[in-house]
Ligand binder design. Structure first.
Ligand code: SAM
Length: 214
């Protein structure tokens, strides 16, 4: 595994100081029964899990590599369950156990193709056929600052769009072609673009996808 695909040390130290802000698009959860099994992969401090329980969902689990973020999630969101992943992306769930999964600002933290494929394959395994995957992440950003750092980092990371933040996280912004390939096992069911703040407080454009497991 490339070192940049295991950033658990970052998420247990510097990462615990961050604020995550990609908003949940609640309308995409409207058709789910309130007792549907929901999985928030890379849940951080339980922000989305908390929003989902506030919407009335009763079976919400968040999973993350960071024991520190999971401890905070457990303290702040008692209506949801939280699990530390010790062998990511392996989930302790049977095939087809989940009605929906959420993957918010996680792919950007898992830069390698193979690691992203393994993560998406595991979500595909635990979703039932027709189950929904909501993704919020970054396409390549057009602004000069990002374009410059993609260029500067390309040789080091071997890919345009992968870069190291000033505090040491290796992140990826994606081409549309890559996301289409990555999610080939899903049927597109919705897409939106919105202005967000990154975890470092910078303005960016996020892309949100609603995907149905084939
Ligand atoms: C930018 S934060 C987003 C947190 C949360 N999804 C939210 O939007 O509030 C990225 C999260 O992904 C987690 N993460 C990073 N790599 C991971 C991996 N390989 N497996 C599971 N979680 C991971 C980090 O610990 C962190 O909590």
């Amino acid at each position: 595994m490339p070192a940049s695909d295991d950033q658990s040390a970052y998420w247990s130290s510097t990462g615990t100081t961050k604020t995550f802000g990609h908003p949940l698009h609640a309308a995409w959860t409207d058709r789910l029964p309130r007792d549907a099994a929901l999985l928030d992969y890379g849940c951080g401090y339980g922000r989305l899990a908390g929003e989902l329980t506030a919407l009335g969902f009763t079976d919400v689990e968040g999973v993350d590599v960071s024991p520190e973020l999971i401890a905070r999630a457990r303290a702040e969101q008692p209506a949801a369950r939280f699990t530390v992943l010790d062998r990511p992306p392996r989930l302790d769930r049977p095939d087809g156990a989940c009605a929906a999964a959420f993957l918010f600002a996680v792919l950007t933290c898992v830069p390698g193709d193979a690691a992203q494929r393994a993560l998406v394959a595991e979500l595909h395994r635990v979703l039932r056929p027709g189950g929904l995957l909501q993704v919020s992440d970054y396409l390549l950003q057009p602004d000069a600052r990002n374009q410059e750092r993609y260029r500067r980092s390309e040789e080091r990371h071997g890919r345009f769009g992968v870069f190291t933040t000033s505090d040491g996280a290796v992140c990826r912004h994606h081409t549309r072609e890559w996301l289409d390939e990555l999610f080939a096992g899903f049927e597109p069911a919705g897409e939106r673009e919105l202005a967000v703040r990154t975890m470092n407080g910078r303005p960016a454009v996020a892309t949100q996808l609603l995907l149905a497991r084939r």
